[in-house]
Design a protein around this ligand. Structure first.
Ligand SMILES: C[S@@+](CC[C@H](N)C(=O)[O-])C[C@H]1O[C@@H](n2cnc3c(N)ncnc32)[C@H](O)[C@@H]1O
Length: 104
């Protein structure tokens, strides 16, 4: 379903980050490792990478994450992407300084 949706032209949720994230991201330690859950096409992940964070974006949708990588390249930043299902995702131990989960 999400692969289909993200196969449409453009960005389903735009390329600007979520408003709350934009207001609050400075609470995350500078340069920290941030995991973006169900990140879709990458608008929040790319924004955080632009702020200097080390970002991993995970999502079920390979198509969405491919677009996230393209957005990162267009903006001149690097993000790591992982196609994975939250139902059995391994978060690791002490792996993240922040984990964000934004629906829209
Ligand atoms: C409403 S979109 C939000 C996308 C992104 N967080 C944003 O704010 O632009 C919901 C996202 O959840 C992802 N998703 C749904 N179920 C999932 C699951 N079980 N594991 C990982 N991602 C999932 C979808 O692929 C989709 O990208």
């Amino acid at each position: 379903m999400w692969d289909e949706r993200y196969s449409e032209p453009g960005f389903a949720y735009g390329t600007e980050p979520n408003d709350f994230l934009k207001e609050e991201y400075k609470r995350i330690p500078a340069g920290g490792r941030v995991l973006c859950l169900a990140e879709g096409e990458g608008r929040n992940a790319v924004f955080l990478a632009e702020q200097g964070y080390e970002v991993t974006a995970m999502d079920l949708s390979e198509v969405g994450l491919h677009k996230a990588q393209q957005l990162a390249t267009d903006k001149g930043v690097t993000i790591r992407t992982q196609v994975a299902d939250l139902a059995d995702y391994e978060f690791g131990v002490n792996s993240w300084d922040a984990i964000i989960s934004i629906y829209r």
